[in-house]
Design a protein around this ligand. Structure first.
Ligand code: M6R
Length: 613
């Protein structure tokens, strides 16, 4: 996630680009920049920090210019620094590029450009190769150079470029990352998202994968890779500006829930090899002997990230045969944990990478000489900077306070770690590893099935009933218990319904006293190996008049007949079920909060990032 905006026309580009970038800030906000055509040269201004800071620094410093590109960045390769901010220039300074996505073969391309073609690189980004490739391939037509560039890059991109050689012209292309061309009168635009353009136009062409566009003030030409010109339909936007920012959804939370198939796919990208049946975490620089010598892992986190850690414990213990202790960072840091150098590894999990308790726990571990692996979503965050190694979740910016897509990608990151350790420590038969790798690869598709419109209405109907209650219970065993805890947190934080999660086997040891006529009890029963046990717990609740809504595997109609409502999950291995079962719980919480008129994205008393104790 990053944001792109471009303008060509008679007006001053600076204001249009800055205003557009501010509208896109929700897509990423760690650095920003502009490239403006100035006669036969390109002027680039860019800096780490917010768009407002860039604006303040630059406004009044550059003369009025009419053609340019802007970018707001969410770092994936390289920290958020001035140099790594987009746009990137080629060596001669005559080609500027902005890019959203990941160029997977950038490292090989950079070596080739540097070692064989003499190009000099200034940043750590994958994007910079695009600017150098344009310079390398340019033979009088910028669009042709972009086509040749697209031929050799692998990965995902929405990319836009301008050249000092072709004043007034912008070119762009896309693959797996959105890009549109906004249509004006005697002026035209480029944007990664219509939000950036709504105050100027509601008419746009939507670029599809493999399409290229040449954009001048007078003309927009869209073509395929081979050069064939396309006649595309103009799309007219009906959303208002606020809805557009949320991709047409009423809340960021729902948008982020819907983004989960992509977020999971991104987090797996290049880290699993389905053909070889293996996980590839070459990005981690731990020595194999170091990981083989480990005797214990601590997973440390807060809130939702802690719940992801509980699933991580099951996965690592099962696949790598290594004991794991999961701790709340706020407890861990004050309980004098036994931390043994070389024998223990600490894994901190944090979406923001700025949570004060998690950071303190990380520092404590490092002071004791224990190495730390950070699982985080924010490149360049404090946790990422201070850990020994980092495994990034690639969820993109999460705006809603209630964590959804970050949680799912944390689960994925921890499964990857478990498989990696299992392989390295020879704890996992290779056929089983291969099966799990293939199952991980299927998850984005299964998530899409769960998020289909008809499935949402089932959950909305249940949530409307739940919304009338002030108390609710979540039950589950093993992995289902970990997910029950996350479901309960989600419900209470955004709908303000008091919710408790219990290990189903604990019911008789106290909580059963709270089950009264009609009280909502959400039971997670996805673990085939212990399904019978959970079914007995459902009977215990039924016998006391509780109203059970169960999340169950497809094909288990006999369970559905014993409960008030059920949500079926597509078939998946027990170990991976949390990735799917968490989603109906997120949606139940969301719809219940909407039904109760709560402030979904910004619940009372809560902040997205808890940077104080
Ligand atoms: O940024 P972090 O992952 O470190 O944040 C941890 C918690 O504050 C966070 O997960 C919180 O519990 C969410 N509001 C849950 O939805």
């Amino acid at each position: 996630m990053c944001g792109i905006v471009g303008y060509t026309g008679p007006r001053e580009a600076f204001d249009i680009l800055i205003e557009g970038l501010k509208k896109l800030e929700y897509r990423g906000y760690d650095s920003a920049g502009l490239a403006l055509q100035d006669g036969d040269r390109i002027r680039v201004v860019k800096a780490a920090g917010s768009i407002a800071a860039l604006e303040k620094r630059v406004r009044g410093q550059i003369k009025p210019l009419q053609v340019g590109l802007g970018h707001t960045r969410w770092a994936t390769h390289g920290r958020p620094t001035d140099e790594n901010a987009h746009p990137h220039l080629s060596c001669c300074g005559n080609f500027a590029v902005v890019h959203n996505g990941i160029i997977e073969n950038y490292s090989a391309l950079r070596d080739w450009l540097r070692d064989e073609k003499g190009h000099v690189f200034r940043s750590e980004t994958d994007t910079e190769v695009l600017a150098h490739l344009l310079e390398e391939f340019y033979a009088g037509d910028l669009l042709e150079a972009l086509r040749r560039t697209a031929e050799i890059v692998e990965g995902s991109y929405a990319m836009a470029a301008l050249s000092a050689h072709e004043p007034g012209r912008l070119v762009c292309a896309r693959k797996d990352s959105p890009l549109i061309i906004g249509l004006g009168e005697g002026e035209n635009y480029i944007a990664s998202d219509i939000t950036a353009l709504l105050s100027h136009t509601r008419r746009a062409y939507i670029l599809e994968d493999g399409e290229f566009a040449s954009v001048t003030a007078e003309e927009v030409k869209i073509s395929r890779a081979g050069g064939e010109i396309l006649q595309k339909e103009v799309f007219t936007v009906k959303w208002d500006a606020v809805a557009a920012e949320k991709g047409g959804y009423n809340h960021f939370m729902l948008k982020e829930i819907m983004e989960q198939p992509t977020a999971v796919r991104e987090t797996l990208r290049q880290r699993i090899d389905t053909a070889a049946g293996r996980v590839n975490l070459n990005e981690l620089n731990f020595a194999p002997e170091e990981l083989c010598a480990l005797e214990k892992i601590y997973i440390i986190a807060c809130g939702t990230a802690y719940h992801a850690g509980l699933v991580g414990k099951y996965a690592i213990e099962k696949l790598a045969g290594l004991p794991v202790e999961v701790d709340l960072a706020s407890e861990f840091r004050y309980r004098e944990p036994i931390l043994l150098k070389q024998k223990h590894l600490v894994i901190t999990v944090s979406q923001s990478g700025e949570t004060a308790d998690t950071l303190a726990a990380l520092r404590l571990a490092r002071r004791k000489g224990v190495r730390v692996l950070a699982v985080t979503n924010v490149v360049g965050s404090s946790v990422a900077r201070e850990a020994d190694e980092v495994l990034y979740t690639r969820a993109g910016p999460e705006i809603a306070v209630a964590s959804t897509k970050a949680y799912l990608t944390q689960l994925i990151a921890l499964y990857l770690v478990a498989l990696y350790l299992g392989d390295l420590r020879k704890a996992l038969p290779s056929e089983e590893a291969a099966r799990l790798v293939r199952d991980l690869d299927r998850l984005p598709g299964l998530l899409k099935q769960i998020l289909a419109e008809e499935r949402l209405s089932e959950l909305r109907a249940y949530a409307d009933r739940l919304a009338r209650w002030e108390n609710a219970f979540f039950l589950g065993r093993n992995l289902d218990y970990a997910v029950a805890m996350e479901g309960s947190l989600k419900l209470k934080e955004i709908s303000y319904i008091h919710a408790e999660a219990y290990a189903a086997g604990e019911l008789k040891h106290g909580p059963l006293a709270l089950i009264t006529e009609g009280i909502p009890v959400i039971v997670l029963a996805t673990q085939e190996s212990i399904l019978d046990k959970t079914l007995s717990n459902i009977q215990e609740v039924n016998a006391r008049g509780g109203a059970v809504f169960a999340v169950i595997p497809e094909g288990r109609g006999e369970i559905a007949r014993q409960v008030e409502g059920a949500f079926y999950l597509p078939p998946v291995k027990d170990l991976l079920a949390p990735v799917l079962s968490a989603v109906p719980l997120q949606l139940i919480a969301y719809y219940a909060a909407v039904a109760r008129g709560c402030s979904v994205d910004k619940p009372r008393n809560l902040a997205k990032s808890v940077t104080v104790e």
